[in-house]
Design a protein around this ligand. Structure first.
Ligand code: ATP
Ligand code: ASP
Ligand code: MG
Length: 320
């Protein structure tokens, strides 16, 4: 992978002295501007900004997913009840858009104890933030259009208002043209084999959508054709995946069957199953974009840890 780094390069990244580096304030300034641009657009479209949940009985199983590589799951007991740290707020998003506001977003911190082998991928952290959103009754295409606007506008604003900062980072950033191309995962696999994500990322000029990827139970699958109505967004220049999302399952029987198929504990998803059984779980679609991965791309950085003042690189626990 293009952004693979040497383990020896990581010690400076996690040293506290890096905070005094001239790059760090520039990266954080760009991140603030991108977050302002994206949240302003969403608020302008009538989304409700929800604050995150960290400890919960139910979280994203992250399983089955082709890229699964979790080496530990954090569970603690609070008030006599076992809770997990948040891996993604998918279950909470589904429940909230079904019972409350129908358009929501969250800047959601996720804790995923990724395999320590991933310290050198350049794109994994064990604490990161998704700008995670969900819209009741939305379809795949609606989410494509929404994220295309968020991404193109953010890049336009950075190019226009942060020219000096981009120069300091020696970053020649291209404004992508929407709509982005859409590929099916199977056609990419046929052309490139298992390394389709790296290959399409390396060869595309603009971000591309990839659909129909077998994974967690909550993404919609057409049981007749086997097709999954889900998607990833792949960034160019070798940066790879930056977003995952889907149209969602909402029928009780299907959700139950898939939870059993995946070997998950039904009890962990009781609330969502109960709502589905009562026909209260609304169809929806959504996605989460990895904030640090998107900023890494905008800034043209080699390792995602360069986006965080206090990097959370798999396998490394710094002083702060
Ligand atoms: P990957 O296959 O690249 O490890 P994933 O498919 O497991 O990622 P998702 O569960 O789809 O990740 O999470 C949604 C988004 O959150 C990803 O598209 C990515 O931008 C971001 N993300 C996921 N895992 C990490 C991580 N360990 N570090 C930084 N960002 C992450
Ligand atoms: N945020 C993703 C989604 O909305 C779930 C994930 O984190 O994998 O589908
Ligand atoms: Mg993904």
């Amino acid at each position: 992978m293009k952004y693979q780094v040497e383990a020896s390069e990581l010690s400076y990244l996690t040293s506290i002295m890096r905070i005094g580096d001239s790059k760090m304030p520039v990266v954080l300034k760009i991140q603030s501007k991108v977050l302002k641009t994206m949240t302003d657009i969403l608020l302008g479209k009538g989304f409700q900004w929800i604050l995150p949940v960290i400890l919960a009985k139910s979280t994203d199983p992250l399983w089955p997913d082709p890229g699964y590589s979790i080496e530990d799951r954090i569970e603690v007991e609070v008030y006599g009840t076992r809770v997990k740290t948040m891996q993604s707020m998918i279950v909470h998003k589904r429940v909230l858009v079904s019972l409350g506001p129908e358009k929501i977003f969250i800047l959601s911190p996720n804790i995923r104890i990724e395999s320590r082998k991933r310290m050198i991928t350049g794109k994994h952290l064990y604490e990161f933030t998704q700008l995670d959103l969900e819209v009741a009754y939305a379809k795949m295409k609606d989410i494509f259009t929404l994220f295309e606007e968020l991404i193109v506008k953010s890049i336009e604003v950075i190019k226009k208002e942060m020219r000096e900062e981009l120069e300091l980072l020696s970053r020649d950033l291209r404004i992508p043209t929407a709509p982005f191309r859409v590929y099916k995962r199977a056609e990419l696999e046929k052309e490139y084999g298992d390394s389709w994500e790296e290959e399409i990322s390396r060869t595309s000029k603009d971000p591309v959508w990839v659909t129909d990827i077998p994974r967690q139970f909550y993404d919609f699958q057409d049981f007749e054709t086997g097709e999954w109505r889900n998607y990833d967004l792949i960034l160019p220049e070798g940066y790879g995946e930056v977003l995952s999302g889907a149209e969602r399952e909402y029928e009780y029987e299907k959700i139950l069957k898939k939870i059993e198929r995946d070997g998950l504990r039904k009890d962990d998803y009781r609330l969502i199953l109960d709502l589905a059984e009562k026909k209260l779980l609304k169809p929806s679609a959504g996605a989460g974009i990895g904030v640090e991965r998107f900023i890494q791309y905008i800034c043209g950085l080699k390792h995602i840890g360069e986006v965080q003042p206090f990097p959370r690189i798999p396998g490394i626990v710094p002083d702060l």
